[in-house]
Design a protein around this ligand. Structure first.
Ligand code: SF4
Length: 493
């Protein structure tokens, strides 16, 4: 049986000839990245890549992967590829943002190949029943973590087709949609093979990249916090349970990637790398013990981390940490379920600076309780905190999250059109006293200040900036660097 695991098309040509590029599987905030391809941010589609690796290891299916996003394929181009590969089963994630286009595309695939289609990911988890009931092009849907469910589905299809025992699966029975028993979360992450980086090519997914090729890696899954907008916490894993891989397995993977793909940097795209101190300390010790000299960056947080942990990370090669602040209003943080102490976050930024760890802080506008006053407070805090760079986004209440339910019940959503649930689009939330237009206006101002902070940083620390720019020239060429600088300076002033 041929199985194709795919991230669907990343490019859409509109009726008027304009072009849109998207980020889909792998991103916490599926979004439009604009009119041209992004070269600085392509999240690695971990769940798809792990699924492919599991299929290659555990089944006799001829399993292949294809990423229509990072390869920048239009629907027509992707269709041609899929038809040529003649899959018996197509495994995809659905993103709410491009749902209508993706379903139309899957209808074309079905007509052209007759293959069975299984949909996975956050959106399919929330709406599996409706998706199957309303779309002839879909055959199966998986709820939650899906690597082993897809494996068991393939094994069942290759062994007569009885899928009634596949945990986590929803399927079409003779009398309608059947939803099998839920699948428990994977108890031991070390049971998974390394994600497939051949068909999802290891070296072409930049994220928090200072040295290229930068290879993405996961050391854990889950997060004990409860942020109301977080899809991984409330939809995909639907649990506060934190699970960590062993240090040996993580460092084995780093060594493998260095030898096989020439990694010059790693990026740990965990929900947060620093949740459990012993896990972090063991990885750092193992890296140091093996003498692995490749620098790495992490998605971390400023809640669970302490100075001792950061010092060990810096010693083991950590050169950068992203962390979420989201709002500088403590009551908003409490409401959204993020136990961040704003003073500690400032301290964490200082510790990182002392230890040579670059920092990137994220902010989010339009969370429950937001007012013009709280936005001003967050902007001032962003300017004050000693991070190297920052980013701001608009809150998007994705289906299945508590924030979606809350916004819907209170009438705060300005639309139910899923194509507008876009991390980079106009705000779709409007509160009494703070309209969607207000949020968009403040977002523009906040973004200007974020850009200004970056430009000032470059000017004030020319030594560090020079090495970053030299690496950018190496990766993307001088013309591209000058264009980015021009864009930033224009945005900033
Ligand atoms: S801290 Fe991050 S990963 Fe954890 S629940 Fe909040 S948004 Fe999700």
């Amino acid at each position: 049986m041929n199985v194709l695991v795919a991230n669907l098309a990343g490019v859409k040509v509109e009726a008027d000839g304009s072009v849109k590029h998207f980020i889909k599987a792998g991103s916490r905030w599926p979004m439009t990245i604009g009119k041209s391809r992004s070269v600085d941010y392509y999240p690695f589609p971990f769940w798809l890549a792990y699924t492919l690796a599991v299929l290659k290891r555990d089944t006799k299916a001829d399993a292949r992967g294809l990423d229509g996003v990072v390869l920048d394929l239009t629907g027509d181009e992707l269709l041609k590829e899929i038809v040529a590969r003649k899959p018996g089963l197509l495994v995809v994630e659905l993103a709410s943002l491009t749902l209508a286009d993706d379903l139309a595309f899957l209808t074309q695939v079905k007509a052209a190949t007759g293959c069975k289609v299984v949909v996975c990911g956050n959106y399919a988890t929330v709406t599996h029943k409706e998706l199957l009931a309303e779309n002839d092009c879909l055959d199966f849907a998986v709820r939650g973590e899906y690597e082993l469910a897809v494996r068991d589905l393939v094994l069942a299809l290759m062994d007569g087709g009885d899928v009634s025992g596949v945990l986590g699966l929803a399927w079409k029975g003779p009398e309608g949609v059947v939803v099998n028993e839920a699948r428990p979360l994977l108890a031991d992450l070390d049971e998974l093979p390394f994600p497939d980086r051949d068909d999802f090519p290891a070296t072409i997914y930049p994220d928090f990249t200072l040295y290229s090729p930068c290879i993405n890696i996961l050391s854990s899954r889950g997060c004990p916090c409860g942020c109301v907008y977080c899809q991984e916490r409330h939809v995909m894993y639907a649990s506060p349970k934190y699970r960590a891989r062993s240090a040996k397995s993580v460092v084995d993977e780093m060594q493998y990637c260095q030898e096989r793909f020439g990694a010059r940097q790693f990026y740990f795209d965990d929900q947060s790398f620093v949740v459990r101190k012993p896990h972090v300390m063991e990885i750092c010790e193992e890296i140091t013990r093996r003498g692995l000299k490749v620098p790495w960056t992490v998605m971390g947080d400023a809640m669970f981390v302490d100075r001792e942990m950061l010092a060990a990370m810096a010693k083991a090669g950590c050169i950068g940490m992203k962390f979420g602040v989201e709002s500088a209003e403590q009551s908003i943080l409490k409401t959204i379920g993020k136990p961040l102490d704003l003073e500690k976050a400032k301290q964490v930024a200082k510790w990182c600076k002392e230890l040579g760890i670059r920092t990137h802080a994220t902010f989010c506008l339009g969370l429950p309780g937001e007012t013009e006053e709280t936005i001003r407070k967050s902007m001032a805090y962003m300017e004050e905190i000693e991070v190297d760079t920052a980013q701001v986004s608009k809150a998007v209440p994705y289906p299945g999250t508590p924030m979606y339910k809350w916004a819907q019940e209170n009438g705060y959503l300005t639309t139910t059109d899923l194509s507008r649930f876009d991390g980079m689009g106009s705000s779709i939330i409007s509160y009494p006293g703070l309209s969607a237009e207000d949020i968009d206006r403040w977002y523009a101002e906040f973004s200007r200040r974020v850009a200004r902070k970056k430009v000032l940083k470059y000017l004030l620390e020319p030594g560090q900036s020079f090495s970053i720019m030299a690496e950018m020239v190496r990766r993307k060429g001088l013309a591209s660097l000058l264009k980015s600088l021009y864009t930033f300076v224009r945005r900033a002033f």
